[in-house]
Design a protein around this ligand. Structure first.
Ligand SMILES: [Zn+2]
Length: 302
């Protein structure tokens, strides 16, 4: 049985627990959107404690309490309702889907954020630009409730709303508030990816480049090698490559170079050494490309 209360979250139970309606498990991404600002007029982020007290103690805030308030700048969490109860951050019109209950779980997360909020003098345009501290722990807990790593209506990349009641009723996964039927809010605008700190997700171009590189390198490098850590060598290169598109391009270039070579695979020890270096210093991605090339060159001249 997964944990009703997220490990590590402050518990501020608002009571009024009520069962969900069953069906595909879901999670909903919101931002608190406390201020309307512009790039020219940023405002300081609202204190976490204000939201905690709004949803947790204020008679006007409790009726719209989510499960989780998340501060992506510090990794703090407050939980107002247990996972298996419905929470209350979605509008629900009479008839049709009961939005807040439409799944085995409908876990709602309010990220403390508004566009062009300022924290320690830095202005943040999108949630994904913040440190997203604590996200891996939050994701792990939500996964434990069976919510799959997918966005049936697409991962939010702006404040466009698209709603489809059929998909909503049939498909498990993550939904933006902007993608929930019977609602008119357009948040959250962006949301962190499903990979964890150990393996950040790539954008489409990077993913394609890495897939090509993977294909090219497998016969020579034995990327099926599994390291001692949480991820294998290939994932570690992925992490490093994610540091910059330039690094991915550098590795891809080596990929095509390697593809032209006719040589045996490196030993596990050699791959392990490279993987360890990447793991210890993710910024070494570009150097890894050279290391790979050097190793192969050395083998050719042996
Ligand atoms: Zn919302």
């Amino acid at each position: 049985m997964p944990a009703e209360w997220m490990p590590g979250a402050t518990r501020l139970d608002v009571g009024g627990h009520a069962p969900t309606d069953g069906g595909p498990p879901k999670a909903i991404g919101h931002i608190t959107w406390d201020e309307n600002t512009t790039p020219a007029r940023p405002l300081d982020l609202v204190p976490y404690e204000n939201l905690q007290s709004w949803f947790g103690r204020n008679p006007s805030g409790i009726p719209s309490a989510p499960h989780i308030l998340w501060d992506p700048f510090t990794g703090r969490f407050t939980q107002f309702l247990p996972a298996s109860s419905r929470s209350k951050s979605l509008a629900d019109k009479a008839g049709g889907t009961r939005t807040n209950r439409a799944g085995a779980v409908v876990i709602q997360v309010e990220a403390l954020f508004f566009p062009y909020c300022r924290v320690n003098g830095v202005v943040y345009a999108r949630l994904v630009d913040t440190p997203c501290k604590g996200w891996p722990a939050l994701l792990a807990w939500i996964r434990s409730w069976g919510v799959p790593d997918r966005w049936p209506m697409g991962r939010p990349t702006d404040f466009t709303s698209r709603r489809n009641e059929e998909i909503w009723e049939e498909e498990a996964g993550w939904y933006a508030h902007a993608h929930v039927p019977e609602n008119h809010h357009q948040d959250p605008g962006s949301w962190p990816g499903f990979a964890t700190e150990e393996a950040p997700d790539l954008d489409a171009t990077q993913a394609k480049q890495l897939a090509e590189l993977h294909k090219a390198l497998v016969p020579y490098m034995g990327w099926q090698y599994k390291g001692n850590g949480k991820v294998d060598a290939w994932a570690q290169v992925g992490i490093a490559a994610n540091q910059s598109t330039a690094a991915v391009k550098a590795i891809s270039a080596v990929g095509s170079k390697v593809d032209g070579l006719k040589t045996a695979a490196l030993t596990d020890a050699q791959v392990a050494m490279i993987a360890d270096k990447v793991a210890a210093h993710p910024a070494l991605a570009e150097r890894i490309a050279e290391l790979v090339a050097d190793k192969l060159a050395a083998r050719l001249t042996d």
